[in-house]
Design a protein around this ligand. Structure first.
Ligand SMILES: [Ca+2]
Ligand SMILES: [Ca+2]
Length: 434
């Protein structure tokens, strides 16, 4: 069988994009599983006694309308199915089916969901039990509903409910078992909940109200803050469109947010929208970007502002944000170029608004316009199809590439110029983000 499969895959690869009318996924789907899904669907339809439409989760790890998992600790898998009745498609139902000894599936129970569609499904083993968490989309755009269910004696019992914007499963305290992490906006404020089990049966919800008004939650990330502990980084949009970050973590069985409590810390992270927290160097620690004007801006050397992005990491010992690096961060170009210390105060930049090419200049206070200053180097990223634009003839060299992009550098300064970066320096300082 393996050989045949390998051959089929080979043929697929060889045919390239010449009109394949079937997908690899279809080929790999075991007919046994497909049969199982069909019998589950039939048992579901029969059990409900009405015509139904299956509903597929929009996001998360489970994207199928039928999920096979052991949710009662009895070794065999149960089936969870998401559906709506054909005559009432705005109401979501969740069903549990179990396999009988004769191999037939039987509908055990159903619950009516609390939304118009399934946003995401989380299967949550905590030790003694496996809980089912379902996020529902509702007709209100920014308000989703979460229900946590436990399958007990053939019924789905609701053990927790709330609204959410962020719904994740993450081992935030490094205890070895995941917590459920929720963030929601109620009125002008954001509340974070971390739902943790110590004994593998019961939960303790830790809640924290962030005390600054916001307009929306722009992004969330998890990252290490110590050997074992992690934090949730919430990028929040404020009135006026600026971003700021709140850092939230568990400690000593409590929940804490230094950005929310330490005076001035949250304000310190205030920056223009778009500058989201990011683990730009992939070391597992999330960096918080704070921006300042690049040398010479906005005093009139260029028409639009250019920012120096200063990446900060959170030090959980001192509870402070610490500067990690200064950089040129290209939001559209998908890269971070950290700025060597010998450039600080001596080099400035101008970005071509059409191509995104960033040209670094030797800053000269005697010269009014940046275009008159001496260029040192430029850097630009491009998608493959445009790569021909940056040719060796024009002085560009390819310094890095990812699956999606190519990164070119052109050195313009003369030999002996101390500010020129060597190729190794460029590679050490360049972080390709996509
Ligand atoms: Ca944990
Ligand atoms: Ca990092």
């Amino acid at each position: 069988m393996k050989k045949i499969l390998a051959l089929v895959l080979c043929c697929l690869l060889l045919t390239g994009c010449q009109g394949i009318t079937f997908s690899v996924e279809d080929l790999l789907t075991s007919p046994v599983i497909a049969d199982e899904q069909t019998s589950i669907f039939q048992a579901l339809t029969q059990g409900i006694g009405k015509s139904i439409t299956l509903q597929y989760p929009y996001s998360g790890d489970y994207r199928s309308a039928i999920v096979l998992e052991d949710i009662d600790g009895s070794e065999g898998q149960e089936a969870l199915a998401f559906y709506s009745e054909a005559l009432n498609e705005s109401v979501t139902g969740v069903a549990v089916l179990d396999k009988q000894n004769d191999g037939e599936w039987k509908l055990e129970t159903t619950v009516t969901g609390v939304g118009t569609a399934i946003d995401r499904v989380i299967i949550h083993p905590i030790g003694q039990t496996v809980d089912i968490i379902i996020g529902y989309r509702t007709s209100a755009l920014d308000e989703s509903q979460v229900r946590m269910y436990r399958y007990i004696n053939g019924n789905l019992a609701t053990i927790y409910e709330n609204t959410y914007t962020v719904l994740e499963k993450y081992d935030i305290d490094g205890c070895g078992v995941d917590e459920i992490v929720l963030a929601r906006k109620a009125g002008d404020y954001v509340t974070v909940s971390v739902i943790k089990s110590f004994d593998g049966v019961n939960y303790i919800p830790y809640e924290l109200l962030l005390t600054h008004p916001v307009t929306s939650i722009a992004e969330h990330n998890f990252g290490k803050i110590s050997e074992s502990n992690s934090a949730l980084y919430l990028d929040l949009l404020n009135e006026g469109g600026a971003l700021s970050t709140e850092i939230i973590y568990l400690y000593d069985e409590g929940i804490s947010s230094p950005t929310n409590t330490v005076l001035g810390m949250r304000e310190y992270t205030r920056r223009p929208s778009g500058y989201l927290c990011l683990d730009y160097d992939g070391d597992g620690v999330v960096e918080v970007p704070v921006v300042s004007n690049f040398t010479g801006y906005p005093a009139g050397i260029g028409t639009s502002n250019e920012y120096m992005t200063m990446w900060h990491t959170f030090n959980s010992q001192s509870s402070m944000l610490e500067l990690k690096s200064n950089s040129y961060y290209s939001l559209t170009g998908g890269f971070v170029l950290t700025i060597p210390n010998r450039w600080l105060g001596l080099v400035t930049v101008k970005t071509n608004s059409e191509t995104g090419e960033a040209t670094f200049y030797k800053y000269d206070t005697e010269i009014a316009s940046i275009d008159e200053m001496h260029p040192i180097m430029s850097i630009v990223s491009t998608y493959d199809q445009d790569a021909g634009k940056y040719s060796e003839e024009d002085g560009y060299r390819l310094v890095a590439q990812t699956e999606r992009r190519q990164y070119f550098v052109k050195t313009m300064a003369q030999d002996g110029e101390q500010l020129v970066l060597t190729n190794d320096e460029i590679l050490d300082n360049l972080y390709c983000l996509d």
